[in-house]
Design a protein around this ligand. Structure first.
Ligand SMILES: [Fe+2]
Length: 399
C-alpha cells in the first residue's frame, strides 16, 4: 500500500459492512490435470454429456478428455454444437441429447460459451421449462446435475461463477441466468490446455478477465474477501497478459493467466460487475461480437468515468498493474491505471468499434437498453441514459 493512496481505504469501517461470500466449486489446478477428469467424473456419475464446440471436439485435448473418462468407466456422450454467444436453441438441443442418451452428469470443455451452455442445459434438466423461465435467481430452484468444467481459455471465469449468458435466438437479447445452483462441482484448471491459443483470443479473453477483476473490485457490492481475490487476479493478469499474447507457448504465462481469470471469476461471482459489462453486453445484443473484445474497448472509458468515485481503488489497481504510484495523490495514481489499460489495448491490438463494423445509428437505442441491464445499478458511479450515449460515442471516436 503506497503513501497517500491508502487514506480512504483505511477508513472503511468493517462494522458497517454486511455481505455473503461463497466459493463452493472445488478447483484442481496444475499442468497435466486434465488426466484427472476420469477419476473426478467417476465420483459423480456414469454417463456424462460432454458439452463443447466443433473445433475443440476434433482436438488432441478433447481426445485426451474422452480417453480419461473411458479409462475410469464413465461414458462420454459428445454434444459439440456450441457456438459463440450460444442461443437458447442450442441449449434445447443439448437438453434433448442429455435426455435421449440417459446422461446423469455434465462435463463442459471450452470457453465461456460451452460452460454457460452446459449450465443452462443443467438448469432445464433439473427444473424443466426453458431458459426464459429462469431469469430470476429463485427460478433455478433445483441444483443442476453433477458438473465438471474445464476452461480452455483464460477469460470468462465461468467455471466458478453463478452466471450463464445465453442469447435469445429471436430478439438476440442476452438472457442472464444467475444462481448458486448453476455452479460446477469441480473446475479442472490445466494451463497446458490453454497453450497455443491464438494471440487475438488470448487478448480478448484476457481483457475480459481483467475487466471482471477491476469491476468486481469497484462495484457497489464488493466486500473485503472479494476485493482480496480481485486484486490477486488483477496483479496476475497484469503481469502475464502480454507474455501470453506474444508467446502462446509460454506455459508460465498461461498458468498465471488461468489462475488470474479464475480468481477474477471468484471475485465477480461474489461482487458482481459494473458498466463495462452494461455497455459491452448491450452492444453484443445488437452485434455478434466476441465478448472479451467489447469489454476491452469499453474498459478505459468506464474507468475514466468512475475515477473520481473510487480513486483509492484505481490507485491500487495502478500499483497492481506495475505502475509506480509513489508520492502521487489517489486521483493521479488512479489516472495511471486508466492509461495503463489504454496502453494494454494498443499493445494487444484490440480493434476499435469502427474496425468491428459497429454503426453509430443504434447508439441511442443501446443507451436506453443499458438502463435495463442487470449491471447498471452496481457501477460505483450512477450513469444516466445520456451518459451511456456519450460513452458509446467516445469509444466509437476512440477519444
Ligand atoms: Fe465478461
Amino acid at each position: 500500500m503506497q503513501d497517500k493512496n491508502s487514506d480512504k481505504e483505511e477508513n472503511v469501517s468493517f462494522t458497517e459492512k454486511q455481505f455473503n461470500f461463497s466459493m463452493p466449486t472445488r478447483a484442481t489446478f496444475g499442468v497435466g490435470k486434465l488426466d484427472s477428469l476420469g477419476e473426478e467424473a467417476a465420483a459423480l456419475g456414469k454417463r456424462a454429456l460432454v458439452v463443447s464446440d466443433k473445433q475443440l471436439s476434433t482436438s488432441e485435448v478433447f481426445k485426451k478428455a474422452l480417453e480419461s473418462l473411458q479409462a475410469a468407466g464413465v461414458e462420454g456422450v459428445v454434444f459439440n454444437q456450441v457456438i459463440p454467444n450460444p442461443p437458447d436453441t442450442i441449449v434445447n438441443q443439448g437438453v434433448e441429447k442429455y435426455r435421449e442418451a440417459g446422461c446423469d452428469m455434465l462435463v463442459a470443455a471450452g470457453g465461456g460459451s460451452s460452460i454457460d451452455c452446459a449450465k443452462a442445459i443443467g438448469a432445464i434438466i433439473a427444473n424443466g421449462g426453458t431458459v426464459k423461465d429462469m431469469l430470476d435467481e429463485d427460478s433455478v430452484r433445483n441444483p443442476i446435475p453433477p458438473f465438471i468444467a474445464i476452461p480452455t481459455t483464460a477469460g470468462t471465469g465461468s467455471e466458478v461463477t453463478i452466471y450463464s449468458v445465453i442469447t435469445d435466438s429471436l430478439t438476440h437479447e442476452k438472457l442472464i441466468l444467475f444462481s448458486h445452483n448453476l455452479l460446477p462441482n469441480v473446475a479442472i484448471l490445466d494451463p497446458e490446455i490453454t497453450r497455443g491459443l491464438p494471440p487475438e483470443v488470448t487478448a480478448g479473453t484476457g481483457m475480459d478477465a481483467l475487466t471482471h477483476a477491476i469491476e468486481a473490485y469497484t462495484t457497489e457490492v464488493s466486500n473485503p474477501i472479494s476485493d482480496a481475490v480481485a486484486c490477486g487476479g488483477i496483479e496476475l493478469i497484469g503481469r502475464f497478459i502480454e507474455r501470453a499474447y506474444h508467446d502462446g507457448d509460454d506455459l508460465e504465462a498461461r498458468a498465471g493467466m488461468l489462475l488470474g481469470s479464475h480468481m477474477a471469476g471468484i471475485a465477480f461471482s461474489n461482487a458482481d460487475l459494473g458498466s463495462v459489462h452494461t455497455l459491452g453486453e448491450t452492444l453484443g445484443g445488437f452485434y455478434d461480437l466476441p465478448h472479451g473484445i467489447t469489454m476491452a474497448v469499453f474498459l478505459p472509458y468506464i474507468m475514466d468515468y468512475n475515477l473520481d468515485a473510487v480513486p483509492e481503488k484505481y490507485a491500487r489497481v495502478a500499483a497492481l498493474l506495475g505502475e509506480d504510484t509513489h508520492g502521487l495523490s489517489q486521483m493521479e495514481a488512479g489516472r495511471k491505471a486508466v492509461e495503463r489499460v489504454k496502453a494494454l489495448n494498443l499493445a494487444l491490438k484490440i480493434p476499435t468499434l469502427a474496425d468491428l463494423g459497429v454503426k453509430p445509428e443504434n447508439f441511442a437505442e443501446m443507451a436506453k437498453a443499458c438502463k435495463a441491464h442487470v449491471c447498471d445499478p452496481l457501477n460505483p458511479k450512477p450513469i444516466d441514459e445520456d451518459t451511456y450515449l456519450k460513452l458509446y460515442q467516445l469509444a466509437y471516436q476512440g477519444q
